[in-house]
Design a protein around this ligand. Sequence first.
Ligand code: 4AD
Ligand code: MG
Length: 475
Amino acid sequence: MRTKIKDILKNETFSYPVNVKGWVRSFRNNQFIALNDGSCMANLQVVIGLDTDPALVKKITTGASISVDGIVVASLGQGQKMEIKAEQLTVLGECDPEQFPLQLKNRPSLEYLREIAHLRFRTNTFGGVFRVRHAVAFAIHKFFNDRGFVYLHTPIVTASDAEGAGEMFKVTTLPFDNAPHNEDGSINFKEDFFGRATNLTVSGQLEAELGAMAFSEVYTFGPTFRAENSNTPRHLAEFWMIEPEVAFNDIYDNMDLAEDLLKYVISYSLEHNREDLDFLATRLADEEKQKPQNERSELGLIEKLQFVLNNKFERITYTEAIKILVDSPAYKKKKFQYDVSWGIDLQSEHERYLVEKHFKKPVIVTGYPKDIKAFYMRQNDDGKTVAAMDILAPGIGEIVGGSQREERLDKLMQRMNEMHIPTEEMYWYLDTRRFGTVPHAGFGLGFERMVQFITGMTNIRDVIPFPRTPKNAEF
Ligand code: 4AD
Ligand code: MG
């Protein structure tokens, strides 16, 4: 039976027989194999006898998969407590060193590894990132499960545009070169698969709200799609979002829940992914050294995570944020590319100024102008702002977007009419406000942005196994 490398390294006992299987990371002096099976960052050293058949030795190359039966013994070499003395070695799959694109010795760039994303899991960096990604997903489910939330699977194909931003991918089986038309020239979606126009979901929120009206506390965690043409280190066309929705919560409860969730996940991964995070911290520190002095971050990855964990998030209103920005030296020296005045949508340079320069910690901004936010947000008494909340994180910008919802039917209908959102088609959503409406609130956490924050990876394409971005759907 195969033993995982992680368990062998964890175990402090020696002189017992094991079978290990994995991929060769390196092979030195025709004797020392560094073997990795993905169970942990560390490699296991396998030592083969000098009398091993030369034909077999030739097949032990970087990338080859092998099975080894041997004895766990104390290691004389540096850097490891134990190693395997091989008694029987089989090459399961050869790997031609001339053809293998992963040249582990000369540190391939992240950009290059993105082009060979089908192989990049086999590097230390991506091994670490994706083990952390797994742990973060698990911690999120654990957080909600421990608090009695119901995990609701909201649909991926929908007929509505939850965010009203029109950034949707269409779903259709109509032939695009010969689609049926109505008399007025528009496409006749009655003949389409679902008998109407459908798209990939941009958010599970509206359906989550329906669930919250029965279970009180629900969350969704699923793939989300946005056809926005944003080629940035923080945008994907396909990403995963976590959306809790809680009946009887107001905007302040909503902020507390989001802050608790973020801190829980950080502390979970500090506790369970330390080896991976230490490696990623060193990687990030090396990357930072390439930057000019004044652009380097003051804290290392681990210190940053601990700092966020140990400090309360700053809470300010949008109006206060605008004032801070207008009064800032950066604004006065015309350092911002986009102008600042009440009513603007905060640009990422503004968000980063607030979190990285001014407060130096995560900031929750509330009370945004209603004109730059979605129709479902609760209208404040000033008639100008809504009970929205965005959480801005250092190095990332917006990581969470949420709000208290407009639970008053008349106000919601009025806002939908103003924003030209069809109220008849959305009867099912409005029914929640007709039949036992309650104050409620929720938010969306961008899963990849959370993983970026924890791993310190600067590009979102490096924290999802196979990124989908404009002009890119390889693998
Ligand atoms: O702020 P957003 O658009 O909010 C919603 O969709 C609400 N329906 C959520 C809710 O209240 N239930 O998106 C929420 C979060 C953002 O803060 C960001 O972290 C992430 O989703 N996000 C993206 N992540 C990667 N790529 C994109 N294109 C993203 N767009 C949003
Ligand atoms: Mg948002």
